[in-house]
Structure formats: C-alpha cells, structure tokens
Design a protein around this ligand. Sequence first.
Ligand code: SF4
Length: 472
Amino acid sequence: MSKKKPAKRIINNASRSFRIFTFGCQMNENDSEKISGMLKALGYVEEMDVNKAGLVILNTCSVRENADERVFGNIGAYKTVKKTNPDLILAVCGCMMQQPEIVNQIVSKYPQVDLVFGTHNLHQFPELLNNYMVNGKRLVEVWDDSDTIVEDLPVDRKYPFKGFVTIMNGCNNFCTYCIVPYTRGREVSRQPDKIFAEVKALVADGCAEVTLLGQNVNSYGNDLDETVNFASLLRQLNTIDNLKRIRFMTSHPKDLSDAVIDAIAACDKVCNYIHLPIQSGSTRVLKAMNRKYTQEDILDRVRAVREKIPGVAITTDLIVGFPGETEADFLETLKVIELCQFDSAFTFLYSIRTGTPAATMADQIPDAVKHDRINRCLEVLHRISHDINQTYQGQVVEVLVEEPSRNNPERMTGRTRTSKLVNFPGDPTDIGTQVMVKITAAKTFSLDGEKIEQEDTHGAADTHDDPIPANS
Ligand code: SF4
C-alpha cells in the first residue's frame, strides 16, 4: 500500500502517556475505551496535553464526508506538534482506515502518521505499537473484515456507573446513503454468555446502567444459534441482580419484532425508551434509501411500541433532502413526525458520501431547499418535544445522576429512564446514584427539578404516565 519508503525513526524518549481523540458514534467511543484499556494495561497514563503525550491516537469516523476533512485537518496539525514534541507517536485508526483510498492518501501525503490500523484488528494495537517502537518504521495494518469478535480486551470505562457493551459488529443492510457496511463489515454477534459475563462484571464494579451497542441490535443473533435473538438477550440480562437500567442502540424499524417489544415491556430493567431511526416518512424515499420498510410499517411499529410499553419515549433520526425527495415526500415525513409524536430527533441534511449508491443518484437536492426543509422539520419537532416535556411538570422521575451541569456546577445533571435530561440543585456525591426528582419546569430540550428524599417518594417511582395516546 506504501508509495514512499518511510525513513526509520529513532524513538529516544517516548513517554508512556497517551491522548485519544474519538470521532463519531458510541461504537467508536467503546473502541476508544478498549484502546485506552489496552494502553493502561501496558502501564500508559492519560496525558491531555498533546505537546507532552508520547502517543496520540485519532479514532476516526467515516459516516460523513466533512468528518473526513476534519480528520485530515487534524492530522495535518500534527506536523507542527511533532516539531515541539519530536518523540510523539501518531496513530490513526477507526472506520476511515477501512477505506483503501484514505489509507493511500495518508501514506503518500502525511509522513507524520506513524501507525495505521483498522476496526477489525483493533486488538492488535499493542503488538503493532511495540513493533513500531522496536523498528521505528511506519506500520500500516488494516484487515478487510473479520468473522469473530475478540473477547476479553481490557476496557477503560469513561464512567464507573454506566457502560457501553458492544453486542455485535457490522451491518448487513446497505442503506444507499451509508458507508458503514463497507467499513465495519458484515454482522457478527457476540455469544450471549460473553455479553452476560461482561455485564455481570460491570455491575460487580458498581455499574448501574449498560447500553448495548450494535448498528442494528434488533438483528442480534441472526448469525448464531436459532434460539438466540435480541429479545432473549434482553430477558437474560434482565435477571442480573443490582443492574438497574438496560439501554440499547440502534434499532432498525424493519427488525423491531413483537418479540423485542414484548421483552422491553416485560423486563423491568430495560428502559422505556427506544431510538428508532426512520430517516424519512415517504415510502418512495425509503425505497430509494433501501430501508426495506414503508410509512405504514413505521406507523404500525410505533403504535405497537406505544400500546405495549407504558410511558415510552421514542426518538428518531431523519435525513432531509435525500436525492429525489420532492416537496410531497417531505410533507409525508412531516405527517409521520406528527403521527408518531417523537420525543426528539437527530436531523441531518443529506450529504454525499463517496462510495455509496446515493452519491451518484440523479436529482441531488439544492442546499437552499434542504435548509428550508430541515428548518420546517425542526419547527415541528421542537413543538412536539416542548409539548411532551410539559407533561412531565409536577411528575416525580427517577434520575441517574451523571455529572455537574455545564453551566452551573451547583446543579447536577442526569437522565430519566425515558432519556430526558434533568437538571436539579445537588452535589457531586449524587453522581452515579439514582435520585428521585420532582419536575418543576419543562423546556424543549431539558427538564428542571428538585431532588426529593426517598421516603417522600412512596409509590412515586416511575410516576410519569404515558403522555401520548397510542397514535393512528
Ligand atoms: S442500517 Fe443502514 S444506516 Fe444503519 S449502519 Fe446499516 S447501512 Fe448504515
């Protein structure tokens, strides 16, 4: 893959300290926790100042093309950093490295990069680092794919009270706008006993909440024994003593089965919250996106979720301005938002992702039209979020306290089981605990409240009733 023969580098005084920069999604955050865990197991310590660190790792994301540009900008800056910190080792990994043209670009234009590895051989990082340190020669090692998930890597968790647990890698869906199946490979599920053991160990370490991660958790187990599926995994994890909350992401609407919905409803530890990315409300656009469901399917799944899971909150992802999206298609999306009453949504302007089928589709939508549509979309979403949040006024909700509020350290912030952000006066001893909070003010994006003592909450846990009737 190399175009230029790199010079052998003498590493005189590399300090055993590191800094990781993570781009992209929770899967990448979880990978960074593993890289950090492996480094700490080797005796490395974290160093926030890149001018002092012995090792900097950029864990990249390739979902958006402008994210690529940001990463190249970042890599470029290390030419200067290396002048003041000449012993620095720069490693680049993550989804972008699964694209050969990106690796070629790095190899030919960015001599400051010492080590390149991919998502499928993350576990090799300590070995690659050691090889680099012994030989001083740039190393590029990227596996195309992998049909196994390496178990028992040390994980350096960001929060002691909540943790990510990857349950599967890859995706089989090939949505026409998405690069993930090309960078993360096909779906590979972890064995349920390995997941169970990891969650149990986390809980033994004081973890109250786990978030199960996969590109499409609803198809977990399709590649395993036929008795294993996402519903059975949820039911199994729900039996773990002292585990308080189970979350998961992401759910593909086409695979959200009744069995999964029933398991969420039946398992007291599984939060009454689903992130269900619909992307569009127009059946025509959904077909062009290769999402394999229709508007009717979305409404059917949302209806089933609301009927079976009391007080559930549903959030979504939306792509506005997909190639060929007409005004009529966009109005279908607005209609579906109104019918589904999403608690909130991540909205994206469609942007071309080279290497995907949608990048070369005719009828790319002009930017001005995309901006107009996203603004109209946000107006509807914000109104609905605001109205739903108003229904929390006066309710007592359980909050897992996460950290001091960014704007006021005398206030703590945390999340309800429905994933609502709540701010309340508190102190750092609350962090990592579950407290009961009476909601006193509701805003569009968060709730304010007052902590109430446990004895005052008799019968009040989860008192927030379903504010939304089952729709359509
Ligand atoms: S389901 Fe579609 S959008 Fe999600 S990762 Fe797979 S291909 Fe990408």
